[in-house]
Design a protein around this ligand. Structure first.
Ligand SMILES: Cc1cc2nc3c(=O)[nH]c(=O)nc-3n(C[C@H](O)[C@H](O)[C@H](O)COP(=O)(O)O)c2cc1C
Length: 186
């Protein structure tokens, strides 16, 4: 079999006990052999400022390079005030610049949102998709993944406790693997 596709995973929470970080790790463990999920750290990224485009901070350059190397991107995010957490939007903005050199261009992507609440981060998921359309990221449309009740999602080892959710997420990743293959750079 050929090498697995390199999937950069961006988590929209810096919290130590983040449910979305746990979910990202659980997804990495569930991924089919065609995908290798790698969680990309966002906490070192200073706030985007267009004045710095001519002489960008080293961590912006390293982040842009990491995204450029990836075959695909997977966003795993909470919802903050019905939208995308600032840490994730900041990473998206940094990756999108300098103008005309976006690191995101054409990378196949997918969005998983998770919340302890009942609507599973639907608002963040769709606000995020709005940016991804502009950035020319072909985003997996179906299945959609709004993970509600995320505070009750995990077993003691960090796996997905509920069998039907585990099955759904495995299927989601298999569908995403097909999407990545179909849309990967030739
Ligand atoms: C600033 C802030 C805004 C929030 N807004 C929402 C919201 O709009 N919808 C929602 O379902 N949960 C909201 N929450 C609760 C988060 O879903 C919850 O804190 C979740 O655990 C955060 O994700 P994490 O565990 O990955 O850090 C908010 C939390 C914070 C701190």
């Amino acid at each position: 079999m050929s090498n697995p596709r390199d999937v950069a995973v961006l988590v929209g929470s810096l919290r130590k006990e983040s449910l979305n970080l746990k979910l990202a790790k659980a997804l990495a463990a569930l991924a089919p052999p065609q995908l290798k999920l790698d969680i990309v750290e966002l906490r070192q990224l200073s706030m985007y400022n267009q004045d710095l485009d001519e002489n960008p901070p080293a961590e912006w350059v390293a982040f842009r390079d990491r995204i450029r190397r990836a075959d695909a991107v997977l966003f795993v995010t909470p919802e903050y005030n019905r939208s995308v957490p600032a840490v994730l939007k900041n990473a998206i903005d940094i990756g999108s610049r300098p103008y005309g050199q976006s690191a995101w261009d054409g990378k196949p992507g997918a969005v998983v949102s998770a919340s302890p609440g009942n609507i599973g981060g639907f608002g963040a998921n769709h606000h995020l998709r709005q940016s991804l359309v502009f950035l020319n990221i072909p985003v997996l449309q179906q299945p959609e993944a709004y993970i509600a009740g995320a505070d009750k999602l995990f077993d003691e080892q960090g796996g997905i406790a509920n069998e039907s959710t585990r099955g759904f997420l495995s299927k989601y990743l298999t569908t995403f693997a097909g999407w990545v293959e179909k849309n990967a750079a030739k």
